[in-house]
Design a protein around this ligand. Structure first.
Ligand code: AMP
Length: 395
């Protein structure tokens, strides 16, 4: 894998695909600079090695040029974090962008305008990609969040740098973390899948069954399995049409020697709100007018035991409706177990959607081994798909 470390940047102009798709307030101020801060190690490495940087990103989903989605608005934040002035080009490709890029001196940074002002970007247009490629002498992809899109700046542009392209620090980190779980993880490997629906996780389950030793199924999707096994789930969410599939997953798991762990009890509410009356029931004996909304204490203890046996842990999806404080205990307890086991030496990856929101909400981001930044890209990786942005770098 070509990385920053085995690529030379001295006298080179690096064209870097970053992810500066940050939230802005009505006055165009950046309200969360996490993604800008995350891009700094790659930029700083290249500048320290004697190169210059041309940064390109999308921001939002503009239909043509739109001043409200101009990347110019992020210049002050980027300058503050880099500790130096940067150049901005109000064009993406064209004579101005080419001239500004060519004029860059060693140690200088140019940010070009929002790639998606041109629909050629999302179409993966070859001429547009070629024009982009002319802005740099080496291509660096550091945007995992868009690596599952075959866009011009994320995928097609790579072909114009046959021998001069590499993964940035962030993207390399994501690839290494996924590989540790899916291919080279120390056993026992545990996957924890939660969240609302079996249907949205089915491809992931099918892909990971042959790679894990233990599988915890929690959250709303557990009820489809419990009902399929004859349990009474009250008015908990359930995808009745997926019940045969749930039984077949359990059979496949058994055939592969994978131990599946379902919740044994549940914190239920009478309606879907934070302040609804709450009661704990066995998972398969929920009364008709109650709805399972969080893992119960016995399930927490059961899952804790499984987590504490594991050396590699993947966590995707919450164990309950963690957005409601009163139904966040199960997800919180699981987070705490994973943190403890990480301290004991396990590798833990939290990725894909709401479990990332959960670890952030509980302030555990820095206590697990890796938190993925790419929602859709992470899900597709866990589904076993080859991401076009990554494939293009390896071609
Ligand atoms: P997903 O995006 O599939 O990972 O699902 C995440 C969502 O699942 C979160 O918004 C949770 O509130 C929801 N969820 C988890 N457990 C339950 C449950 N028992 N009942 C309803 N929704 C749930």
């Amino acid at each position: 894998m070509n990385t920053l470390q085995n690529t030379s940047f001295s006298q080179e102009r690096a064209l870097i695909r970053v992810d500066f798709n940050v939230p802005l307030d009505d006055n165009g101020n950046v309200t969360d600079d996490t993604r800008i801060v995350a891009a700094l190690p790659t930029i700083q490495h290249i500048l320290e090695q004697g190169g210059s940087c041309v940064l390109m990103s999308h921001l939002g989903r503009p239909k043509g040029s739109d001043p409200k989605l101009s990347l110019k608005q992020i210049v002050p934040t980027l300058e503050k974090h880099l500790g130096k002035a940067i150049h901005f080009c109000d064009e993406v490709v064209g004579s101005k962008a080419t001239a500004q890029a060519a004029a860059l001196g060693q140690g200088e940074v140019l940010l070009i305008e929002n790639l998606r002002f041109h629909e050629a970007e999302t179409k993966g247009d070859k001429d547009f990609s070629k024009a982009l490629s002319e802005l740099g002498t080496v291509y660096v992809n550091d945007a995992f969040g868009t690596a599952h899109r075959a866009h011009a700046s994320t995928t097609v542009v790579a072909q114009f740098f046959p021998n001069k392209k590499c993964f940035g620090h962030l993207l390399a980190g994501e690839i290494t973390a996924i590989d540790k779980v899916m291919a080279s993880g120390e056993k026992p490997v545990l996957a924890i899948l939660g969240g609302a629906k079996v249907s949205s996780k089915i491809t992931i389950i099918e892909n990971i069954l042959s790679k894990v030793d233990h599988l915890i199924i929690g959250g709303g999707m557990a009820f489809t399995f419990i009902k399929a096994q004859g349990g009474k789930i009250g008015k908990s969410i359930c995808e009745d049409e997926k019940m045969p599939l749930a039984l077949s997953i359990l059979e496949q798991a058994e055939a592969l020697g994978v131990q599946v762990h379902l919740p044994v009890d549940v914190r239920a509410g009478q309606d879907f709100s934070n302040d609804t009356p709450q009661q704990i029931f066995p998972i398969n004996e929920i009364p008709d007018d109650w709805e399972g909304m969080d893992a119960g204490p016995l399930s927490e203890a059961k899952f804790d035991t499984v987590v504490k046996q594991s050396k590699t842990i993947l966590w995707n999806g919450p164990l309950g409706v963690f957005e409601f404080e009163n139904f966040s205990k199960g997800t919180r307890a699981l987070g705490a177990s994973i943190v403890e086991q990480t301290k004991n030496g396990a590798f833990s990856l939290v990725g894909g959607g709401d479990s990332v929101a959960a670890v952030k909400q509980f302030n555990l981001e820095n206590e697990v081994s890796y938190v993925s930044t790419g929602g859709g890209a992470m899900l597709e990786s866990l589904e076993g798909k080859t991401l076009p942005g990554i494939a293009a770098m390896l071609a």
